[in-house]
Design a protein around this ligand. Structure first.
Ligand SMILES: [Zn+2]
Length: 236
């Protein structure tokens, strides 16, 4: 089942109305959603589905379903009383998601301060990390923090750009992340552009202006293997 992904065009949509189209063991499917499913290193959203009666069904996690653009909303408790066709109001945990958006966008900026192939990454509401294939001696926490914050202070608007699969194939340098292949299957790929700083395929949610990140601090740098030198950050 395909779900209309409202967060893809508007990462700031906190609420929406939708209709239940499927209820099964793995989760609840809706015709449209503001819930971002775990992917590209970014944690899945939490929040609630609100029934016409006012009853709130807590959503503990959001995951991708089997088909393209299908999203599974995972309830904290059972779903036995829900039926397809029922209208619901969706509400994400906005403070949590906004922290994810700020940290996610911060990683885009940091990936232009540390110039090396990205071999991994993760974004939780409290902290985020990127792994690089780089020599440890080239990672200096104070420098990464200073230069990332200097770029953030430029207050640049982020943009979304769509290109075809063929255009992406012709520009392999756009793909920095070796561990996460750009989402394909629809013939086009979504790029996130921070003019003058970064341009890369990404399906996640980002802030409108990098100034919203505020500032970051580097929590730690450590080696997780020869090709995984990990830089962990938090919002300052
Ligand atoms: Zn991104």
């Amino acid at each position: 089942m395909t779900t209309e992904l409202l967060f893809r065009d508007d990462a700031y949509a906190q609420r929406a109305t939708a209709k239940i189209v499927g209820v099964h063991e793995r989760g609840i499917e809706l015709d449209r959603t503001v819930f971002y499913p775990l992917g590209g290193g970014q944690a899945g959203d939490t929040g609630a589905l609100i029934r016409a009666s006012g009853e709130r069904i807590a959503i503990a996690d959001t995951r991708k379903g089997d088909s393209l653009d299908s999203v599974l909303h995972i309830p904290a408790q059972g779903t036995q009383q829900l039926e397809p066709g029922e209208p619901v109001t969706l509400e994400i945990d906005w403070p949590r998601r906004y922290a994810l958006m700020r940290l996610h966008t911060a990683l885009h900026v940091m990936s232009c301060v540390v110039v090396a192939p990205v071999t991994g990454g993760n974004i939780s509401p409290e902290k985020a990390r990127l792994d690089f294939d780089i020599d440890m001696s080239l990672l200096d926490a104070a420098r990464i923090e200073r230069e990332t914050n200097a770029l953030i202070a430029r207050d640049i608007d982020t943009e979304t750009v769509w290109i075809s699969d063929a255009e992406l194939d012709a520009r392999p340098e756009l793909v920095k992340t070796m561990s996460v292949a750009p989402p394909r299957g629809t013939g086009r790929v979504r790029l996130v552009k921070i003019p003058g700083i970064d341009l890369q395929p990404c399906g996640g949610t980002h802030v409108r202006n990098i100034g919203e990140i505020g500032a970051i601090r580097v929590l730690k740098i450590r080696s997780e293997g020869r090709r995984n030198r990990r830089v962990e950050i938090a919002l300052a």
